[in-house]
Design a protein around this ligand. Structure first.
Ligand SMILES: *[C@@H]1O[C@H](CO)[C@@H](O)[C@H](O)[C@H]1NC(C)=O
Ligand SMILES: *[C@@H]1O[C@H](CO)[C@@H](O)[C@H](O)[C@H]1NC(C)=O
Ligand SMILES: *[C@@H]1O[C@H](CO)[C@@H](O)[C@H](O)[C@H]1NC(C)=O
Ligand SMILES: *[C@@H]1O[C@H](CO)[C@@H](O)[C@H](O)[C@H]1NC(C)=O
Ligand SMILES: *[C@@H]1O[C@H](CO)[C@@H](O)[C@H](O)[C@H]1NC(C)=O
Ligand SMILES: *[C@@H]1O[C@H](CO)[C@@H](O)[C@H](O)[C@H]1NC(C)=O
Ligand SMILES: *[C@@H]1O[C@H](CO)[C@@H](O)[C@H](O)[C@H]1NC(C)=O
Ligand SMILES: *[C@@H]1O[C@H](CO)[C@@H](O)[C@H](O)[C@H]1NC(C)=O
Ligand SMILES: *[C@@H]1O[C@H](CO)[C@@H](O)[C@H](O)[C@H]1NC(C)=O
Ligand SMILES: *[C@@H]1O[C@H](CO)[C@@H](O)[C@H](O)[C@H]1NC(C)=O
Ligand SMILES: *[C@@H]1O[C@H](CO)[C@@H](O)[C@H](O)[C@H]1NC(C)=O
Ligand SMILES: CC(=O)N[C@H]1CO[C@H](CO)[C@@H](O)[C@@H]1O
Ligand SMILES: [Cu+2]
Length: 346
């Protein structure tokens, strides 16, 4: 298992090549045996609370379980968000879709060492980001579905990480062009990114550069299972483990904008990838809810602020930089706690 400092030095190592900052450029240092915790019923345990009941819970489906009409509705909703004006004045944001990308760039601001990825709020923040994105699709683009996810472990096991129809020109488009990696086909073809690369705000083309090898290796189910070995009192080890292979699989395999640690939400596939990561986090929580549901530890920042370290607690208010109202971490620990109310199809 990588320590946090090892992770950080890997990030520092790889930041020399701007577009590929998530490439940890490392050999496999995982020493844990794969876990054996996944009971058949693990993903359908429920923890209904308050207004969240069997009647109100929404089900987030794997992309391939959606009907063609549902797939079209999701793609259309993302296109709608890309056509709506920004509501924040975050640097570079010109559309409502950009607002989310800009907020992610703010959270990744190296002034405090990327607070949303290498601190205890990594999983909570991205869970909330998924919910916020889904909510805005519904409230501002009349989307009636739920946020789909991408079953990466299934694709890694198949030998073809890009077997899903999500990568066809009907839905998200595929690999970038061999000339400049710009995505030139599908509904998001030739999109101009306004946020990034990294902490810049410039205009550039929306890119992808598929890497099958990375998808098959990083995305392997055993890498997820290895993370599930950590208990609630080892939360820091758990989130670091999740931030490693399961997290970098979708980013690095997709390539291009998805590998940009600040600006990866510029590829709509980002949301399917992080929704999958959220499902993995929820599975881990369900394995021992008493121990893991409210597990949180670490500090609020990676580097010490001038005012001193602040331990991360459940009351900590996470920041979406004006895209939606802020919430405390405690609100997002139980995905059926009331503020959140969803389950995963499987
Ligand atoms: C949970 O999943 C298991 C295995 O698929 C199934 O047997 C069981 O009926 C499911 N329970 C509920 C409440 O859906
Ligand atoms: C949207 O962004 C533009 C700059 O791109 C800015 O001038 C404008 O104030 C922003 N809109 C809102 C509502 O903040
Ligand atoms: C959403 O639906 C309302 C009511 O039908 C409509 O006024 C509005 O224009 C729709 N919004 C979008 C972005 O399509
Ligand atoms: C994607 O495009 C890159 C760059 O053109 C190429 O090297 C790679 O083989 C392609 N990958 C797949 C899976 O098509
Ligand atoms: C995107 O741009 C490329 C290069 O200019 C062009 O060949 C392609 O037809 C464009 N795609 C779409 C869908 O407009
Ligand atoms: C990062 O934060 C610092 C300090 O608040 C600020 O000066 C800088 O502009 C921020 N960077 C970006 C990309 O917004
Ligand atoms: C894919 O990643 C592997 C492992 O990091 C690397 O050796 C290979 O050159 C990459 N392939 C492409 C097409 O970028
Ligand atoms: C990493 O090492 C573990 C333990 O040796 C192994 O099970 C796993 O497949 C490796 N993962 C990758 C991505 O190579
Ligand atoms: C859940 O975690 C607690 C605290 O570590 C432990 O005592 C208990 O045995 C665990 N329960 C299961 C079913 O693993
Ligand atoms: C968290 O803060 C404590 C001081 O409260 C400090 O000793 C520790 O090194 C910090 N941990 C990390 C991972 O930065
Ligand atoms: C249920 O909701 C109450 C009131 O919002 C909250 O205090 C409690 O923590 C929630 N419990 C769970 C298990 O989500
Ligand atoms: C561990 C590892 O693979 N390190 C490589 C990282 O990338 C640099 C530059 O390409 C190589 O020189 C290292 O060997
Ligand atoms: Cu992120």
């Amino acid at each position: 298992m990588l320590s946090l400092s090892a992770l950080l030095s890997l990030i520092a190592l790889s930041s020399a090549s701007p577009y590929y900052t998530r490439d940890t450029n490392s050999t496999n240092t995982t020493t844990l045996a794969p876990g054996h915790y996944l009971a058949e019923s693990i993903t359908n345990r429920t923890f209904y609370n308050n207004s969240c009941t069997a009647e109100t819970v929404s089900i987030r489906k794997e992309w391939r379980s959606l009907t063609d009409a549902e797939k079209q509705a999701f793609v259309d909703a993302e296109l709608c968000l890309m056509a709506l004006p920004n509501k924040t004045d975050l640097p570079g944001a010109t559309t409502r879709f950009d607002d989310f990308q800009a907020a992610h760039q703010q959270g990744t601001n190296t002034t405090y060492g990327d607070i949303i990825h290498y601190t205890g709020q990594f999983l909570a923040w991205h869970r909330w980001q998924m919910h916020a994105h889904e909510t805005v699709l519904k409230t501002e683009c009349n989307y009636t579905g739920t946020l789909p996810w991408w079953d990466e472990a299934q694709d890694a096991a198949s030998g073809n990480f890009f077997q899903s129809d999500m990568w066809t020109d009907q839905w998200f488009g595929g690999n970038g062009s061999s000339i400049d990696n710009c995505v030139t086909t599908g509904p998001f073809a030739n999109r101009t990114e306004h946020i990034g690369p990294l902490e810049e705000t410039t205009d550039y083309c929306f890119t992808r550069k598929f890497n099958l090898t990375k998808g098959l290796s990083y995305g392997a189910r055993e890498n997820v299972d290895a993370c599930y070995e950590f208990g609630g009192d080892e939360f820091e080890d758990f989130y670091e483990c999740m931030a490693y292979y399961p997290h970098i699989a979708g980013h690095q395999a997709t390539g291009g904008v998805m590998t940009d640690v600040d600006s990866s939400p510029g590829d709509p596939v980002f949301y399917l990838h992080h929704n999958y990561l959220d499902r993995l986090y929820w599975q881990w929580q369900q394995i021992n809810a008493t121990d893991r549901m409210y597990a949180i530890s670490g500090n609020t920042t990676v580097t010490e602020p001038l005012t001193g370290w602040v331990p991360l607690i459940l009351d900590y208010e996470m920041d979406m930089y004006g895209v939606v109202d802020n919430v405390a971490i405690s609100e997002v620990m139980n995905i059926q706690g009331g503020f959140l109310c969803y389950a995963f199809e499987y």
